[in-house]
Each structure stands twice: as structure tokens, then as C-alpha cells.
Design a protein around this ligand. Sequence first.
Ligand code: SAH
Ligand code: TMP
Ligand code: ZN
Length: 398
Amino acid sequence: MSRCRLCDAALHPVVDFGPMPIANGFLTPERFAHEKRFPLEVAMCPACAMVQLVDVVDEAAMFNADYAFFSSTSAGMARHFGRFAADVKRRLPDDPFVVELGCNDGIMLRHFADGRHLGVEPSANVADAARKLGLDVDTRFFTAALADELRQTRGPADAILGANVVCHIPYLDAVFDGVRRLLGPKGVFAFEDPYIGDILALTSYDQIYDEHVYYFSLTAVAKLAARHGLEVIDAERQPVHGGEVRFTLAHRGARPIHARVGELAAEEAARGLGQPATFDAFAAAVAASKDALVKAVRGVDGPLVGYGATSKSTTVLNYCGLGPDDLAYISDVTPTKIGRYAPGSHIPIRAYADFCADPPQHALLFAWNHAAEIVAKEADWRAAGGRFLTYVPRVEWR
Ligand code: SAH
Ligand code: TMP
Ligand code: ZN
């Protein structure tokens, strides 16, 4: 029986996806024979409500100088992080010190470039891109020890930010401990990650992959915060990456609590987000989604290509057993992915220019979280008869 990483209670198993490669491990053919797999299984804790992976991959195997994900490839996300930065600034004093965990290529931190700031970003290639924007970046993993060092050398933080990074860190207790020590008395810790409430509502099981160790609900985050002398002062739904929540935390009693916190807590209680039975229903929906997608893919007349070599696609392709016979290639705009092959399925990744030069009639939309941006961009292709196959929230053609 596996145990909760946070409270040590026995976990309730949810879905076992089978052996999976590293989600962002886009590779060259010489590496095919050396490709490693690990067991991808998600479970929930009936005691503290935290949804989590049972096994985790060593962080240095995922986040290194070869990290494939550059945040700034999406114009929509760049606009989103401009708004996130502006919202944070409203809560800050004069001459604030702002720390961002997992700042990647600087997509959000660049809005704080003029003031005292620090990015903590262990993937050296994306950290270099941030430095080219004039940002100060430390390439170590954020840990409690690093938090202590930063407090001593740079002073207390007025804001600690993180987007799509806090849920990546297995040693979450140590992160919260570090945040408590680095954060000034009135400081805020604002982080946003995929929301388990949306994953359940959309059957977006492809959010589940090695990098995402935790799948947050307010119920679980509030309990974790309380164990570290922190409290949730705001919880805002965000329409990015398929549905996220931005949690804002402060030292207990330091700041007023927004009414949204009580509202979301009540909604989660009504939906049973802390109840094992809710996750049994999700597991059944995931299995049905897989069957429907495989049927739709195998029913396509003519070539099918993938659109967006997302990390999420690794879960879909490997769980559904899809390969180069099903998809001719996957189109992507990221230079570091083009010319490589998708993890596990070994489907070639080709430049978006190839898609434009010889447009297929059918495309499987892996980047469904960017659907609005992509559907607008591909208006001409769709007008000429091009169709997207999607699987979130259900398997259908668009
Ligand atoms: N914030 C960006 C990037 C998210 S990808 C965005 O939302 O688009 C996650 C990033 O977190 C990666 O760049 C990875 O290198 C970084 N990361 C992983 N573990 C970390 C840790 N312990 N401390 C700080 N950053 C970490
Ligand atoms: P993400 O879902 O993790 O943000 O990754 C999106 C991937 O999709 C990334 O590799 C870039 C790619 N992409 C395209 O190829 N075309 C696009 O128009 C968009 C928005 C993303
Ligand atoms: Zn627990």
C-alpha cells in the first residue's frame, strides 16, 4: 500500500497509466534504445485530500539544460502572465523584492526586471533565455536550504511567485517551509497550477504526467498551508492550461481573506473533491475516453497529424497505444522539439512550416488548452475543410 507524501496516510488508487517515458523527453533515434520508463499511477489521499503521483521521476532527469518547454512559445500565455504580474503588483509595497520559482524563459519575471527580483530556475537553457532579458536567475532547485540562504543574502521576499511549478516539486512540505521562512511578515505567496476540479470536469487525464506530482484542490492546499503557519487568502480560477487555480497565501492572520476562498471551499465540498468515490467515477471516465479516442483515430480516412507536441500528449499517446502508424507526424513551433521524436511513441516532430506547406485534412489537437488561439490561427485551414479531432472535454471533431 502506497502512502501519502504529505501526511503518510494510506493512498486510494485512482488510475494506473502503465509504464511511461519522460513527458518532455523528446529524443533522437540514437536514444530510442536507452529510453527509460517509469510507472505512472495517480492516487488520492482520503485523509488530506491531496491527489498525487505514487512514483516520481528524479528531478534532474526532467529539469536540466535540455529542458524542452519554453514558456514564451504561446502569445496567449505571455498576455496571461502580464496580467498575473499586474495583479501581484497591486498587493506589493514600494521597492519590493520578488522571487519567482520556475521562471523559465522569463515570461512573467520580465515584468519585475526594473526592481529587486530573483528567478529560481534549475533548467539552464531556459534560465539563459531569461538572463538574456537582463533578469537575475539562480539555477538551483528551490529548497528550504536555498530559501534560508536567500533570506540571509537578499532579505525577506514581498512576493514569492510560481506558475506551473509548485505542483512539480515532490518535497512540497520543504517548499512550504522554505516559503514561510523567506516570506516577509506581510508577504504573499501566489502560485497557480492545474486544478483537479477542472481535470475531473473535463476528463483531462493528459494533465497527469511525470512533472505534475500534485493535482491541487483548495481543500488540500488549505490543509497543507495550515501545517506551515500559512493561510489561503485568495483562490481564483484561471482559464489557462485547461483550467487552473491561482492560490494566494500569506502568514496566518497577516492579510484579509477574500470571499472567493469560502465559496470555492463550499463548491469543493459539494462536489466531493476529498472523497475517494468521486475519483472512482473519474477513473471510469478516463477509460471510456481512451476507448473513444482510439476508435476515432483508427476511423480516420487518410493521413492524421498531431498538432502541438505537448507534454500532455505523452500520456495520451502512450496510454492509448498510438504510434507512427496512427499519426504521420506532430507539428510544433518549438525549435528544440523539431526534428526529434515523441517520447515512447517515437512519432516524428516536424516544423509547423511543414504543416502549412502540405496541410493534412485531419489533425489531432494535443494543444487543446490553446484551442482558442489555434482555431483562430487556423481559420483558413478549417474553411478549406481541415478538421481538428479533440478529446477534451469529449472525443469529437471540430
Ligand atoms: N513558470 C513557467 C514555466 C513552467 S515549467 C510557465 O508557467 O510557463 C516548470 C519550470 O519549473 C521548469 O522551467 C523547471 O525547470 C522549473 N522547476 C522545476 N523544479 C523546480 C524547483 N524545485 N525550483 C524551481 N524551479 C523548478
Ligand atoms: P503546453 O500545452 O505545455 O503549453 O505546450 C504547447 C505546445 O504546443 C508547445 O510545444 C508549443 C506548441 N504549439 C504549437 O505548435 N502551435 C501553437 O500555435 C501553440 C499555441 C502551441
Ligand atoms: Zn495525505
